[in-house]
Design a protein around this ligand. Structure first.
Ligand code: SF4
Length: 195
C-alpha cells in the first residue's frame, strides 16, 4: 500500500509541471497564474492582498509587487472594499478573464474532466488528502462554504439588507447560494469530515 501511495505522489509531482514551471507562459510566471486563478474563484472575503498572500504562500511585500505587475498588465484592478472602506479588494478584469481562458493548467483540467464519472471521486480523494495534511501538519487550505464549520442558515439578527439564504458566522454576513462554491481562505472543515 505504501508503494502505491509513493507511486501516486511521483505521478502527482509530474502532473505538477503543468502549474509549476520556470520562466513565463503568455508573459506570466506560475505564481501570477496561481494568483489570477485564485482571485477568479475567491469569495468577497478572500479577494484581498492578505488572503492572496496566504493562498500563494508568499510575503505581503512580494504579493504587493505581483499585484502591481498584474494591474500594470491590465489583468487585475484594486477596488475599495464594500465591507470595510479602508481596505482594498482585488478583481480580475475582463482582460484577466480572457487570459485565464488560456490557463496552462487547462490540459490538466481537461484530463481530469475526461475521467468522468471518476472526476468527482478524484476531487473528493484530493480533498481528503488535503484535510489529512491540514491535521498532521497544522496547515490550512482554502475551500468552499459548503462544508465550512461557520456556515449556518439565515440569521434573523442580521440587518435586513445583509440577509441572504445562508449566514457566515465567522464574518457575520449573508452568503447567497451562488457564493457557496467560491474559495475562502478562512474555511474550516466541519469536524464530521475531518480525518
Ligand atoms: S462560511 Fe466559511 S468558507 Fe464561507 S465565507 Fe464563512 S468562513 Fe469562509
Amino acid at each position: 500500500m505504501i508503494a502505491a501511495a509513493r507511486e501516486a505522489v511521483d505521478l502527482l509531482v509530474q502532473a505538477g509541471n503543468t502549474w509549476h514551471f520556470d520562466g513565463t507562459r503568455q508573459g506570466l510566471h506560475d505564481r501570477d497564474w496561481m494568483a489570477l486563478r485564485f482571485l477568479a474563484r475567491a469569495n468577497r472575503f478572500s479577494r484581498t492582498p492578505s488572503a492572496l498572500a496566504q493562498f500563494v504562500g508568499l510575503t505581503r511585500a512580494t504579493v504587493s509587487q505581483m499585484v502591481k505587475d498584474l494591474e500594470g498588465k491590465g489583468y487585475l484592478e484594486r477596488r475599495r472594499s464594500p465591507i470595510d472602506k479602508r481596505s482594498v479588494t482585488l478583481a480580475v478584469t475582463p482582460q484577466g478573464e480572457r487570459i485565464l481562458a488560456g490557463d496552462p493548467i487547462k490540459p490538466l483540467v481537461n484530463a481530469i474532466f475526461a475521467l468522468e464519472p471518476g472526476a468527482n471521486k478524484f476531487r473528493d480523494i484530493l480533498r481528503q488528502v488535503l484535510d489529512g495534511l491540514s491535521t498532521t501538519q497544522h496547515s490550512h487550505h482554502a475551500d468552499t462554504c459548503k462544508d465550512c464549520i461557520f456556515l449556518a442558515g439565515k440569521a434573523p439578527e442580521l440587518p435586513r439588507k445583509m440577509q441572504a439564504e445562508f449566514t457566515c458566522r465567522f464574518f457575520r454576513a449573508g452568503i447567497t447560494r451562488g457564493e457557496l462554491d467560491l474559495l475562502c481562505v478562512n474555511f474550516e472543515r466541519r469536524e464530521s469530515r475531518k480525518r
